[in-house]
Design a protein around this ligand. Structure first.
Ligand code: ADP
Ligand code: MG
Length: 239
């Protein structure tokens, strides 16, 4: 069953069409990779799915319910959460406090929020850092914190924007392992990912954007061999 159905989604910024008539579906439990060159419209698509921008046209159904026009906090409570390409933790709060803020979406009880935050930190492998300030974390650890903050809102669909982007090579296998564990927990994921090896090891299916349009939608192998994707994104090394 499709957990997410997107039809004809279009978003303009002035004269620029950042998302142009995009349609796709995501099945429950699936990991969908989202690729495309910088400026292709990947992050904008996440903004639309989470209600941060209204689309100019198109429909989004999450678990069968139309969500266009709902506020971001409402969409989040329905079960969609995201991480940001540019990390935005509260720098002067501790790691556990950062995750508690997210857990407060579901409970007004700080003790419950703390318990949930600690469980989530344990899942992402940051329990030992719980009392550190967010600004003391390495980039890889910040990515884990971002994921913990999104997970603490208890989503059914998690949108991850460049989890391995800007992270040192040594931290990448651990992040891949974490995403794999999320999938085994039954999470549905859309993954913006530039590292093709990471994408190939995680994604069930890949959707490619170019200049705001969907240019391909297929298995990782189909996408790697897709002429338009090679020309616009993967480049000569793949051809
Ligand atoms: P990607 O994440 O694939 O790199 P984005 O979705 O961030 O691409 O951007 C798609 C296009 O939309 C780019 O040309 C970008 O400059 C433009 N864009 C994104 N957000 C805004 C905004 N808030 N205002 C104006 N233009 C924007
Ligand atoms: Mg982006």
């Amino acid at each position: 069953m499709a957990i997410l159905e997107v039809e004809g989604l279009t978003k303009k910024f002035g004269g620029l069409i950042a998302n142009n008539d995009i349609s796709f579906r995501v099945e429950a439990g699936e990991i969908l990779g989202l690729i495309g060159p910088n400026g292709a419209g990947k992050s904008t698509l996440f903004e639309l799915l989470t209600g941060f921008y209204p689309p100019d046209r198109g429909a989004i159904r999450f678990q069968g319910h139309p969500i266009v026009g709902l506020r971001p906090d409402r969409i989040n409570r329905l079960g969609i959460a995201r991480t940001f390409q540019k990390l935005k933790p509260f720098q002067n709060m501790t790691v556990v406090e950062n995750v508690m803020v997210a857990a407060m979406q579901h409970t007004a009880n700080p003790r419950k929020a703390r318990t949930q935050a600690l469980e989530t930190l344990s899942f992402v492998g940051l329990l030992e850092m719980r009392n550190a300030h967010a600004k003391a974390l390495s980039t890889g650890q910040r990515k884990r914190l971002e994921m913990a903050r999104a997970m603490a809102t208890r989503p059914r669909l998690l949108l991850l924007d460049e989890v391995t982007g800007g992270v040192d090579q040594r931290s990448i296998p651990g992040l891949i392992e974490l995403v794999g564990r999320l999938r085994r927990e039954g999470m549905t994921l859309i993954l913006i990912e530039h590292n093709m090896q990471v994408l190939m090891s995680l994604a069930d299916r890949v959707l490619a954007l170019h200049l705001g349009r969907k240019i391909a939608d297929g298995t990782p192998t189909e996408i790697q061999n897709h002429r338009g994707v090679i020309e616009s994104y993967l480049g000569a090394a793949y051809a």
